[in-house]
Ligand binder design. Sequence first.
Ligand SMILES: [Zn+2]
Length: 430
Amino acid sequence: MPKGELRFVNARLPLSGGGLYELASEGGRWTVVRPQEELLEVAGAIPIRDRRVVDVSAVAPAIDLEGRIALPGFADMHMHLDKALTLPEVGNESGTLLEAIANYGGKIAGFSKAHIRERIVRAALLGLSHGTLYMRSHLDIALQHGREVMMRTVEAALEAREELKGRVELQFFPMLAFDEHPAEAAKLSEELIGLGMDGLGGCPHLREDPVSDVKLLFRQAAKLGVPVDLHTDETDNPSMRTIEAICRAAIAEGYQGKVTAGHLCSLASMPKREAEPLMALMAEAGVGAVTLPAVNLYLQGRGDDGPFRRGVTRVKELLEAGVKVAAGSDNIQDPFHPFGRGDLLHIGSVAAYAAHMGAPADAGRIVRMITETPAALIGLAEYGVKAGGPANLVVTDAMSETELLLWESPSRWVMANGSWVSAQVRESWL
Ligand SMILES: [Zn+2]
């Protein structure tokens, strides 16, 4: 079905300089992206808060955003959609990471493919309702329960991606281990990439031999030509530094710009003099970072007698070292993290608290951590409100980036490829 023409005026685009813009889309693509000198008054324009705007496929003469912030969609690049929303079935008495891993591992064989797919779709739609149009999910590869159980998750993920096509762009990274049985891991990774997985993931710091795990995984990723995204040093232990092996492997394989390290909790529990060279090495190796502030605040520091470490990595220092830093949701309502709603504005706000980033200039840095930085790290070729690009947009009720984090915009209007896919219109503070 051809998509009608939608026109917008008075859209404030912080990722395009922060000014006001006039926009038009047709056939799912932006046809007009034109800066405005000042707020425009267009006779007959419908204000965005008018419920009529999302019920029709074409609006003339225009939808008036009245100076509201609009973004080309949030990008949540570290999720676990296959585990999301399992909290009612998988508890966690102690609340620790280790009990979460054990309890989830004990239940996974009982989950049917349909059940996993249904949760992936539900969690992705939850994110979409908050404006997330791009997601990368790690996937559990529970080989200990046999191939059939493992393939349920893989197939459920691929089917969910098909079902969400045109609304959410999904990437999947299976979490693999290479150190114990390298030949089998290499074969399996090749098969999974062949089936449509997007890159290789893993948790090398939990392996018997992290350095060899990292080296073997990178060798295989280079052979297959796919990116790497690893859970990295998700521990309070200050001597855990697999990030060093990851950076060295990235350099050795010529993989600068294709590698992401998530969590990096130990960076925050080691002294600055030890963390600084590692952060400089990350910048040199072109390794991006993802902070998962909600989950790490919840999971880390549990073994401490006091003072309590809070687990969130050195966000400001990484940015200052020249490392690309994104912020993501990680787990949503599962044994690893009983909270979360797939709302990256909320994650941005938690990141701002946890990383001591409340200065006026920080709001813009936080907004980039949930938009253009993860978009670049996951390798999106067409991100941004640009003529010719996909007509993706999330409209908020905020007039500035500071307001965006302050109020987390209860209303969100979400457009994917020129069609409205979600609209939550709530009472405004404006
Ligand atoms: Zn994770």
